[in-house]
Design a protein around this ligand. Structure first.
Ligand code: GLN
Length: 547
């Protein structure tokens, strides 16, 4: 195991305001170092008291990203995984809640040997311990640690203190990047004062930022760079221009243009290295020159707060669609379809015919379920390419059972416990737990293996006989109905290795050009340069339909 002392730690925190792309900045910093041949991992510290992101509402907090070991985390972990093409684990995520929980557990177990457990230094120490654990886990040369929120907030003060203590212990191994924001004035001038004030807030907690990444609508000129440098105790080379981009995957290349990668190495006293980003550059060129335009409809319920929230709530699905579109050389327009609009007989169905493919993503609860089932029926009957993710697969089974198998009133017991045909239900072992009000552990979370039926579309798409995908669900296809459903044409093309849990569904080619569902969340494993086969299949079928 590499001694953590050798690992370099790069903290990334916000100044001025949040929501300006700190996660993409952290991912891109990690990327340009990885492109130099280093082993790089990334972690996120969220200041809220929730122990993980599992209980949080996607409308307020964005998507819940699931790691391979099952931890439910912030969507930024998804960005790190996509940019770095690595798997992250529970060690790479912490919240105030998870930290205090572990400290309190240690105290209860006499782990502090009679000492008075004080917030300082115990909490920052626990933060540093966890960061070092993550470094050891990945054997990282660099760990990029993103702290949620901005400097100057009470909430993250102990995390900033952890940085200060780490820096104190080994100044040569720790570096602080402040991601700031420069408002653009009507006359085209970028204002630097808020950044100067943010740096003063960092001083107040004993931190001198080493690098400032200045987010702005437009690139920053030399005068502004000089001004920030002089006022914030830095050199001009430490001030990095980060203008808005069309595509987030351009950010590492922009950072390289401003010399950030080698500047970081220099700051650590390391010699310069060339970044190998050629496949990344080819990708950007491809994105810039898309071919045919297609429309993919995503049916969801998180609509009340507008497009911005939607993109956050379904970020991995959107990215997976984009990755597949890059590989297929098409431009995808995403159409947001509100499940609530698709009541029987509604005019909304016209919108579906304007789409070349439809996705029903994961979801929980009853809202919009009838609309989703109606959309699925329309896709099946009108041969519109369809991809059902988790709930989207379960509801496709419900629709098929009702309208093709003839099981009137078939449903998932999540919505109707009294359904005469509970085609989606909770398995016995889980039910016992839930009857005892023990909800913990009743979800299937994280990696599960599935074996694929040979000769099926799914198996051909994956080009494998077994796959591992991430999961986040409680209900399953009820085994009692499988043979009846299959007899009418729906194929269960993959299952858990013991054959008990259904993982994939499809229609044979002669019935439908592309009708695929999975109990898993394949969107979590899609990468910019490695599109996920099920999304690629959808985009290809949609492109074909467009002709
Ligand atoms: N609500 C469904 C279940 O719990 C599906 C979950 C999901 O789509 N992630 O099984």
């Amino acid at each position: 195991m590499k001694k953590s002392k050798e690992t370099k730690y790069i903290f990334v925190a916000g100044g001025v305001m949040s929501g300006i792309g700190k996660g993409i900045t952290a991912s891109s910093v990690a990327k340009i170092l990885q492109a130099r041949g280093f082993t790089v991992s990334a972690m996120k510290i969220d200041p809220y008291v929730n122990v993980d992101a599992g209980t949080m509402n996607p409308v307020e907090h964005g998507e819940v990203f699931v790691l391979s070991d099952g931890l439910e985390t912030d969507q930024d972990l998804g960005n790190y995984e996509r940019f770095l093409d690595i798997n992250l684990y529970s060690v790479d995520y912490m919240t105030t809640g998870s930290l205090y929980l572990s400290i309190i557990q240690k105290e209860r177990n006499l782990g502090y040997k009679g000492k008075c457990v004080q917030v300082v230094p115990e909490v920052p120490n626990a933060v540093i311990e966890k960061i070092e654990k993550a470094a050891a886990h990945h054997n990282s040369d660099f760990v990029v640690i993103e702290i949620g929120g901005t400097v100057g907030e009470y909430e993250n003060i102990l995390f900033l203190e952890a940085y200060r203590m780490l820096k104190n212990r080994s100044p040569e191994n720790a570096l602080f990047i402040l991601v700031s924001y420069l408002p653009l004035q009507k006359d085209g001038e970028l204002k630097t004062k808020p950044t100067q004030i943010a740096v003063r807030s960092a001083y107040a907690v004993g931190i001198q930022p080493d690098i400032i990444v200045a987010r702005a609508e437009v690139p920053m000129d030399k005068v502004r760079k000089e001004k920030i440098a002089i006022n914030c105790g830095l050199e001009e080379a430490d001030v990095i221009s980060a203008p808005n981009v069309e595509n987030i995957y351009e950010v590492p290349l922009n950072f390289e243009k401003d010399g950030l990668g080698n500047r970081i190495l220099e700051k650590f006293g390391m010699s310069k290295r060339e970044a190998k980003l050629s496949s990344w550059k080819i990708l950007i060129k491809k994105i810039d020159r898309p071919g045919k335009e297609i429309a993919i409809g995503i049916v969801g319920k998180y609509f009340e707060a507008g497009e911005f929230t939607l993109t956050d709530s379904y970020i991995s699905v959107i990215e997976a669609v984009k990755h597949a579109s890059y590989a297929a050389g098409v431009k995808v327009n995403i159409k947001w379809l509100n499940s609530g609009d698709f009541s029987t007989g509604s005019r909304a169905f016209k919108q579906l015919n304007e789409c070349d493919g439809i996705i029903v993503p994961g979801g929980f609860g009853s809202r919009g379920v009838d609309g989703k089932i109606n959309v699925i029926q329309h896709c099946r009957e009108n041969k519109i390419p369809y991809l059902g993710l988790c709930y989207g697969m379960q509801l496709a089974v419900v629709e098929f059972a009702r309208n093709v198998v003839g099981l009137k009133g078939a449903h998932t017991t999540e919505i109707n416990k009294q359904s005469p045909y509970p085609v989606i239900a909770i398995m016995d072992e889980q039910r016992k737990k839930i009857d005892n009000k023990d909800y913990g552990g009743t979800m299937r979370l994280g990696d599960y293996k599935a074996k694929l039926k040979s000769g099926t579309k799914i198996q051909k798409l994956y080009k494998k006989s077994s796959v591992v995908e991430r999961h986040r669900h409680r209900y399953e296809v009820n085994p009692e109905y499988i043979s009846e459903i299959e007899s009418k044409g729906l194929i269960f093309s993959g299952s858990s290795p013991n054959g008990k849990l259904m993982e994939f569904i499809e229609f044979p080619e002669k019935m439908h050009p592309y009708f695929v569902g999975t109990q898993a969340h394949p969107e979590f494993l899609s990468r910019p340069l490695k599109p996920h086969p099920l999304f690629l299949g959808l985009i290809q079928a949609a492109t074909k339909r467009k002709k």
